[in-house]
Design a protein around this ligand. Structure first.
Ligand code: ATP
Ligand code: MG
Length: 341
């Protein structure tokens, strides 16, 4: 388990906290950036609706759960089509077709990846400059976006922690699943599991509670309690500041997490191991060095893209972050070093 007290730190945590909260304010999208994002989403939605009148069009990812950093101009969009086979081949065909249509419609840098695990077409919307990723029938992503949003509604410290960790990960080049580190989604799950494990907890385990939101997607049960208004104030028993939680976060990943045997999970409060998941050996490209279980698609290890060098890099960066916080003489120095590019 995790210590309920923050590890020994010389810094004045209340001063660090004030600075971190200021930074969170700066990272969060401004009203103007939100309005621009809404405009871009409306335009892209209109375009897709015109091309595929029979389809549902959903926004997911950080623009939909408000765990985004201002000025990032990405939209994750899911096209929902009835009667399309859930195979990746069927999705891939739609993606190729969509790629051609988007090109004809004047979208820029259209790039279809029909053979990916989740086929995707990427493009840039010329009027707004937004980069858009479209996937087909990506229902799991729509529901996991809702899960993240619901967790964020229960305790505001989650959103602060997520924005700080995402910002740190981007600055320290630890936020790229394509080059062997971790996706933003993986970092959000790490933050949630961290807040669930504090003592007393900051967040509940929504998938262990009586479900109020029921969905089954393929063979995956996606039930959870989404009664966030009843759960507002859940974390009141834990008085830790964002600064303390961030310090503990880095301390945990630097020195407490069992990388050899452990699996990060947000769906249960008891510990999970690689042995329990059968994630003990490499299978093809799935290395299972740093294991993070998807909350719904239980066979999916979000850390599967982390290779040996990526894992070393991540662990080095967690230790570095903790050392910076531990040794810094002042909170301004701590922040500057922590976020150095
Ligand atoms: P950013 O603000 O950096 O764009 P994000 O929160 O949008 O981050 P992404 O990593 O871009 O996160 O992923 C967008 C969404 O796609 C996630 O919220 C999740 O629903 C889904 N997703 C991303 N990666 C995976 C994955 N490997 N497996 C399942 N779902 C994923
Ligand atoms: Mg995104």
């Amino acid at each position: 388990g995790m210590p309920s007290l923050p590890p020994p730190i010389r810094l004045d945590l209340s001063d660090l906290d004030a600075r971190l909260m200021q930074l969170v304010e700066q990272l969060a999208p401004s009203a103007e950036q939100r309005a621009r994002q809404q405009q871009a989403w409306a335009a892209v939605q209109g375009l897709l609706q015109a091309l595929w009148p029979q389809a549902g069009v959903h926004l997911f990812g950080s623009a939909a759960n408000e765990l985004d950093i201002g000025g990032s101009n990405d939209l994750d969009v899911c096209l929902e089509l009835e009667g399309v086979d859930e195979t990746k081949e069927a999705r891939g065909e739609i993606i190729s077709q969509l790629g051609e249509q988007l090109e004809q419609a004047g979208m820029l840098n259209v790039f279809a990846i029909p053979r990916a695990r989740m086929p995707v077409v990427k493009f840039e919307h010329p009027e707004t400059g937004y980069k858009v990723d479209i996937t087909v029938n990506n229902r799991l992503a729509v529901v996991n976006t809702k899960l993240l949003r619901d967790y964020a509604a229960i305790d505001p410290r989650l959103r602060s922690l997520v924005l700080l960790v995402k910002h740190w990960a981007k600055r320290r080049r630890c936020n790229d699943a394509y080059v062997g580190t971790l996706s933003s989604y993986a970092y959000v799950l790490m933050c949630i599991s961290h807040l669930q494990a504090r003592s007393p907890p900051v967040l509940p385990v929504l998938q262990e509670m009586e479900p109020t939101h029921r969905r089954t997607i393929g063979n995956w049960c996606c039930d959870f309690c989404d009664d966030t208004s009843a759960l507002a104030g859940f974390g009141r028993g834990n008085g830790e500041s964002v600064a303390a939680l961030l310090a503990c976060f880095f301390y945990y990943w630097a020195h407490q997490h069992d990388f050899r045997r452990g699996v990060v999970t947000v769906r249960q409060s008891s510990a999970m191991t690689k042995a329990m998941k059968g994630w003990t050996t490499r299978v093809g490209l799935e290395r299972h060095l740093f294991c993070i279980e998807d909350p719904f698609e239980l066979s999916h290890d979000l850390g599967r893209t982390v290779h040996a060098e990526g894992c070393d890099k991540l662990r080095h960066e967690f230790r570095r972050a903790w050392d910076v916080l531990r040794h810094a003489g002042s909170s301004s120095q701590a922040l500057q070093e922590l976020l150095a590019e």
